[in-house]
Design a binder for this molecule. Structure first.
Ligand code: EPZ
Length: 443
């Protein structure tokens, strides 16, 4: 499978209207907030709907920018995408006439690459741009390409685009990953549902969003199941049918609000937030001293330990599910800045998901980034409002948390990053008693 290692295609997406958040910190959060559907499930479910020409209906879809980008990308392909009500999408991929996923979509959102598997499996050919997305590391897609080749596809790479074809039909086979890849697993699984024969994928990602996708595929008539914790097996089908599906709650948004209550010393109730997808995270919260009580689909958070200096330093290490989610590492880092003692962070998944800590340091946190994978945080530090800049989605949400905990006013530039992945985030914080506003840059 020798092919020149794809150079990392840099595309400057069209300018997004720049917005800022203004946050008045120091106010404990109180009240109830509902958790939205998962971004990282919804984007793949939308792509999976292209595996059939029949209508699919998705509910509890978060109203976020990345979903709008995915819907537009599908429409550009000729897919009928209706948005009949808030949080509801209906998709019908009859005659998809133009199998070209353009640079603009890919540059805005890495997840556009999840279209490779379903479009290749259903239509036998696709041209798709090398993706962009968050600035948290090189994030190549070589594992996705290798997986398609293992299923019989031929893929060339030229000038920033992958040209993929599946002569006849994809054929089932053994997809072996050198390490866990969430979207690599999902792309391989989507492609295998229409391939000829049996496919075994391992190590398969175990994230809850992957299982949500499996549930949808099974409702579509796909013969796919998790036969071992880290193994997914698929018996290809000639065609799939339309199905309805409700998107699983967003565990990353849930964890973000747990920490919002903790760093402001507040007490909140999260609705529609099952604890069972947050095992490692809630264990970490317990070690730090955040009070968390799980109901059937609620989480009660008590952050009052903040006021008597009761948060304890804690070493954290990210890992593929069921380990501590890398997407919850930035919010947890903000909490650790308020804990007593020295905490060590080991970010094992991405190579520069610690860079953003320099912004928290500017607010007064005592942070030392040792290398692209390791940092230490010494607390408790008094955070003071200032001007900060968001670089990526999860860092953006975490800077809001730091601003909520800080004394005074924080101006956060790059608010559009946050709206890629958090539905109505300022409204939700306002409902919990925060002082936060969003305005266009320069106003
Ligand atoms: C998914 O990204 C999520 N995104 C990420 O959430 C999440 O952080 C990540 O999984 C890990 O949990 C979506 O689901 C849309 P990976 P993904 O493939 O699938 C390397 C957010 O903010 N790798 O599991 O792209 C990669 O560089 C985002 O919602 C290759 O080397 O992540 C990373 O080091 C951020 N080659 C590691 O594998 C490949 O072909 C794990 O990445 C693919 C990945």
């Amino acid at each position: 499978m020798a092919d020149a290692r794809p150079f990392h295609w840099e595309f400057t997406p069209p300018p997004v209207p720049r917005e800022i958040f203004r946050v008045e910190g120091g106010r404990p959060l109180h009240g109830r907030v509902a958790v939205s559907g998962s971004k990282n499930a919804a984007l793949k479910l939308l792509a999976a709907a292209t595996l059939t020409g029949e209508r699919c209906r998705l509910t509890n879809v978060p109203e976020i920018e990345d979903v709008r980008v995915m819907a537009e990308t599908l429409r550009d392909l000729g897919v009928v995408v209706d948005h009949p009500a808030a949080n509801v999408y209906e998709i019908a991929s009859g005659d998809v006439d133009w199998l070209f996923v353009p640079l603009e979509a890919a540059a805005k959102m890495r997840a556009s690459f999840i279209l490779l598997g379903p479009l290749l499996a259903r239509f036998g050919r696709v041209i798709i741009s090398n993706p962009g997305g968050d600035r948290i590391g090189r994030r190549p897609v070589d594992l996705h390409v290798d997986a398609m080749r293992a299923l019989g596809a031929s893929i060339d790479y030229r000038n920033g685009y992958y040209f993929a074809t599946a002569p006849g039909r994809l054929r089932g086979g053994e997809v072996r990953f050198p390490f866990v890849s969430v979207m690599g697993t999902e792309n391989a699984m989507l492609a295998a549902t229409l391939a000829e024969g049996h496919t075994v994928i391992r190590p398969a990602a175990q994230e809850p969003e992957v299982d949500d996708l499996i549930g949808f595929l099974q409702a579509m008539g796909a013969a796919v199941k998790r036969t071992q914790p880290d193994t997914i097996e698929v018996e290809g089908r000639k065609r799939l049918r339309g199905a309805d599906h409700r998107v699983v709650p967003d565990r990353i948004e849930t964890g973000t609000f747990v920490i919002a209550a903790a760093v402001t010393g507040g007490r909140i109730t999260l609705k529609g937030a099952p604890c069972d997808h947050l095992g490692a995270f809630l264990e970490t919260m317990g070690l730090i001293g955040v009070g968390v009580t799980c109901g059937s689909d609620t989480i009660e958070v008590d952050g009052s330990a903040l006021h008597d200096g009761g948060f304890r330093a804690c070493d954290i290490e990210t890992a593929p599910y069921p380990g501590l989610a890398t997407d919850l590492q930035p919010p947890t880092a903000v909490l650790l800045s308020q804990a007593n003692g020295v905490s060590r962070i080991h970010e094992t998944i991405f190579e520069d998901r610690l860079e953003w800590l320099s912004e928290v340091r500017r607010m007064g946190a005592s942070v030392e980034v040792l290398d692209p994978h390791h940092a230490t945080i010494t607390g408790p530090s008094t955070l003071v409002g200032t001007e900060v800049e968001i670089g990526d989605l999860r860092a953006g949400a975490s800077l809001i948390l730091a601003a909520l905990a800080a004394q005074g006013t924080t101006t956060i530039h790059g608010a559009h990053h946050v709206h890629r992945g958090y539905e109505n985030i300022e409204r939700k914080f306002l409902d919990l008693g925060a002082s936060i506003s969003r305005t266009a840059e320069g106003q």
